[in-house]
Design a binder for this molecule. Sequence first.
Ligand code: SAM
Length: 333
Amino acid sequence: MSSPTASLRRFRTRSELDRYLEASQIRERAIERSNDVIGTYNDLKLRIFSKHPELFPEEIYNMETFRWSFGILFSRLVRLPSMDGKVALVPWADMLNHSCEVETYLDYDKSSEGIVFTTDRQYQPGEQVFISYGKKSNGELLLSYGFVPKEGTNPSDSAELSLSLKKSDKCYKEKLDALKKYGLSGSQCFPLQVTGWPVEMMAYAYLVVSPPSMLQQFDEMAAVASNKTGAKKNIRYPEIDEQAFQFILDTCEASIAKYTKFLQASGSMDLDVTSPKQLNRRLFLKQLAVDLCNSERRILYRTQYILRRRLRDIRSGELKALRLFDGVRNWFK
Ligand SMILES: C[S@@+](CC[C@H](N)C(=O)[O-])C[C@H]1O[C@@H](n2cnc3c(N)ncnc32)[C@H](O)[C@@H]1O
């Protein structure tokens, strides 16, 4: 199941997105999705609604009802694997809640010509049966379905880290050209998980920190960063490993600081209410934002730990090599 607009049922306006999701890259995704829905509506209005007002009156076919319908439809439709991922609305199935821990699924069954729900184990009468909405991060679940699973319970959770070329880089233009050639830009987001980061991110970091003497490798780095070269290549440039890890660590720590600032400020966030109903809604949105930030910051902390250990290993390796070199030199004296 996927929903491009359910989040917009939670965070209705741009100012709500800016206020509650300011620390998370999910804010950018939400803005993109919102723009997609607005674009689709405007396109339909131009090509169909405005040409047949008797069939599509403005009181019904307006932006607000369009967004609502999209949200309802996409948070309830089911993808059917055996029918090439075709989507369907299945009345009873839309009552199933999501759990990150189950592998139950819905699919079309040829012999019974119906949709069958397959469970992963036996359930007792009265026990709640869950389904998986797919291997999605907490941010994606918030955007698509309007909830955030409990921290640490989602094995597919990820947090996006944005890396950027340095404007002061002597080879800024050459690096940007290499990135553009593979459809990338001077600033790219990559998903981090508690288990590590993608090779694309490492390649991007190599490119950012590489000196002018590595100009010949810029193309290869950009190609791997884009994952457009077909097979994934696990490139390594040991001579700039330390700078690349340090660069990712600095970016990661700047991001952690942003989350921490938001989480600290959220305690005294001005909810600016005029009615109890509004207060409840804003408290709910704040809690969703806090839950999301905590789960994303947890992944960043883990990344920070892995990076610090890598850097420590590199530096202690260098130190050992230096001591060995000094030892040999002294021996020859
Ligand atoms: C397909 S419907 C599931 C049925 C829904 N609970 C209902 O009563 O209509 C999807 C919606 O259920 C809610 N939901 C599903 N799983 C959830 C979970 N694990 N925690 C909180 N809310 C959940 C979200 O609001 C989501 O947009």
